[in-house]
Structure formats: C-alpha cells, structure tokens
Design a protein around this ligand. Sequence first.
Ligand code: NAD
Length: 481
Amino acid sequence: MEKLENYINGKLIAPLKGKYIDNYHPATGKVYSLIPDSDAADVQLAVDAAKAAFPAWSVTPTEKRSKIMMKIASIIERDMKMFVEAESKDNGKSVHTAGMVDIPRAVSNMEFFATAIMHYAAESHIMEDTAINYTMRSPIGVVGCISPWNLPLYLFTWKIAPAIAAGNCVVAKPSEVTPMTAYLFSKACIEAGLPAGVLNIVHGLGGSCGQAIVEHPEVKAISFTGGTKTGAAIAATAAPMFKKLSLELGGKNPNIIFADCDFENMLKTTVQSSFANQGEICLCGSRIFVERPIYEKFKAAFVERVSQLKPGNPADEKTRMGAIVSKPHMEKILSYIELAQQEGGKVLCGGKRAVLDGDLKDGWFIEPTIIEGLAYNCRTNMEEIFGPVVTIMPFDTEEEVLTMANSTMYGLAASVWTENLTRAHRMAGKIQSGIIWINCWLLRDLRTPFGGMKSSGVGREGGFEALRFFTEPKNVCVKLK
Ligand code: NAD
C-alpha cells in the first residue's frame, strides 16, 4: 500500500517514529494509502529547516520567488488530470468538481500570489515639511498553515501561496482526512526547484502534529481554516504567545430569496449553493429563506430539481454529487437529519444514506436533503451540518428575515436574491456576514477580502489582505530638515 511522506528540507521523508494513519477512499469505504502520523519531533525538523531557509528566501528577489511559484503552478496545470483524479479519490468529490473548481483554483492561487507580490507596495505618510513616514513590510519568518478536508489543495495553496510569496518559510499541515494532493504538491515543489526548507509539509493528526505547529515558539503566525471549535483551541494556545492569527472557521449561511428575484437564475444557483461538493463548502447556503408569495412555487420547483440529483461514482465524469468525506462525517450528517425530524421538520426529499452498487456498496453517500417546517432558531438551523442538507422557511418582511438570518453565532457568507437594487444594498448593510452575494453565489475575485464575522473567524484572507497578514509592518519616521 502506498505510504505518503513528509516534505521536509526539500526531501520526501518518512515520519521519525515510523507510524502511519489509514487513508480512506470515501466512495468504497476502503483504506487505500497510509499517511505519516507525525508528531512534535517531525514538526521540529520542519521548523529547523524553515528557520535555516528563511535568511536566504526572505531576501531572494521578488521576481525569482514569483518565477518559482509560477513554475509550480505550471506543473500542476500540466498534471491536471492526475491532481483531479487524486483529489476526487481522496475526498469523495466528483472529478467534475475537482476539475472545474479545486485544482484550477489551486493553480490560480499560485499564479495570483506570484503576480500579486510583484505589485505589492507599502504606504508612506508625509507630515508636510516636518517628516516622512514610510512603512517597511518584512516577512515574518517561520509561519504555520493548517487546512481542512473540504477543498484540500484549493485551501492549502490559498495559504501557502501568499506566505511564501511574501518571503516567509512555511510549516504546513493538510487535513489528515485528505492528504494526497498536498503530497503531490510537495513533489511539484521539488520539481520546480523551490529551495529546501521554504515549504515543509508535515502530515498527521490535528491534536498531535497540528498542535505541535501551533505551540512551537519559532512559528510566529498561524493561518488556519477549519472548524470553529478547533479555531478556538488554536487561539487559546497561540494568543498568549502573541502569534499573529488568521482564523477562517465554520458557517451556517442564509440564502434569502425575495419574490421579485429572477426565479430561474435563482433556482439554478440555489441548487448549486445548497449541494455543490455534497454541501461540504463553508460557503454553502444551508438555511433558505423564501418570501411567502413564492414559497410554494419555490418549494415545488426546488424539490423537483433536487430529486434529480443522485449521488454517483465520483470517478464518473457525469457525476455531480459524490461521496461524503468520511464515515464519522456521514454519521454526523445523518444524525442531524434525525434531529431535524425530532424537532418537527418534514423531509421533502432525500433524508437517507444512499447505497450504490458493486464496489461502491460500502461507500459513504447521502441523498441531497431538503427539510421544511422548522423554527428558525432550532438546533438544526443553528449548528453547522456541513453536508447535503438544507432547510427552507417562509418569511413575510425584511425585518423578520434579517432577524432569522442573523440569529446564528456564525457570520461567514450570505446570498440575497432580488431585482430591487435599493433593497439589495440595504440587506447587504444589515446582514452580519463577511461575504454577501447579490443574485449570485461563489463568484470569487481573488483580490477581495475573504473571511467571516462573529464565530466564523478572525481576519481576512485574499488579495493584499493576505500579503499584509504574512508581513510585519514597521514604520520608519524620517525628520526632514
Ligand atoms: P477541523 O477543524 O477538524 O480541522 C482542520 C484542520 O485543523 C485539520 O488539518 C486538522 O488536522 C487540524 N487540527 C485539528 N485540531 C487541531 C489542533 N488542536 N491544533 C492544530 N490543528 C488542528 O476542520 P475540518 O473538519 O477539517 O473542516 C471542516 C470545517 O472547516 C467546517 O467547520 C468548515 O466550515 C470549515 N471551513 C471553513 C472555511 C472558511 O474559509 N471559513 C473553509 C473551509 C472549511
């Protein structure tokens, strides 16, 4: 069975203690490879390598850093098919999704920050005839990047790219649930000639390997994407050490549909925003609020469309809905469907584990599920499910829907569907979310600030926000004589 390796100091190496974790193929439920079960000793090696590489990398000309990053991007592009198939096999997502979303976006992340760094400039502040201030922005040093399983290479590169573009050296940990494309990425870095130690990828569990990165005194900043509870645990360790922290956490996003919307466009996108990637996108709109005059029309049309969406073999080009990432996650989602029914919800479609044929009979699939009849503030509507489950609820007034939309502890993303521009702006101002999509969903411009409010996170990623995060500003005040 294939054994993945850590990427430390430019080389692929086995974990020091020789221990491994099973890596599953969600579509069959079988183990298909082994992941290093790294611990603090492996992290120490990675930190040492990153520290040693930092003096040279931090002063490597920007153009040179940029060129290496572009080379890594071109290798992923060249090997697109291999990366797409690996991502699909490891995560359970369809090759369609991996090929349309995940891997192209990983390429874009590398290219975007390789070029962004060429245009990055610091500010200056002039005090008339007295003085000039200029801001020096230097790389921080060794930084930690920790990512989740839902968009594995996409989110991994979203952190690593700005970190190394800005001149930092990185110790990174992908999710232990989906390590494969990070492993392939380490091979691409070697081929592209990324200097040893600039990026180190250590595989392992959150509590041991991840925690060792977070608590290491030489790791000066942590960029984390994952669950809100994990984010709180990371903050509890890192904050007293005064590390810079960027936390991108969970969501329970409202999708607000007014009666005057472009119905067909809204319906098509709402199917996507509910069930893309099996609902395993932090930005999915899992609470759907529909203005009462079109509630019944929406319900009938939505149930009809979603009933046609069948989980299938992720490796099949025609499949639009793949497997759930892990058995525990599938069980968690099913337990929420049960909870929703106990809370008085009515399942309009789906609601069960889907059992496929042949090799896939033990795979982890769930039917896309729509639930109605729940109170906006019940547990099903308050807690993140992170699967193919949405609730639909009618509303009468803007005020009422704002109360319902803002009622969770989360504040990541929201969609609003209306042709009334004034109302769209008014809603955008009042919804407590870091990202608001009007008449669209997941339309991303990589220059924009990305992140959540409330328990959905601290800080913003994207564009120059990310480069600001990965640099330390220093003001230099020069008195003019
Ligand atoms: P998770 O929090 O369980 O794990 C995320 C990563 O953190 C993994 O690599 C894990 O090994 C590591 N980790 C766990 N405990 C750790 C610790 N104590 N110290 C350091 N690292 C630790 O999340 P998950 O289940 O992999 O991902 C799903 C969650 O991620 C959902 O809540 C989802 O909303 C969120 N998410 C958020 C965004 C966003 O941009 N806001 C994007 C994608 C996913």
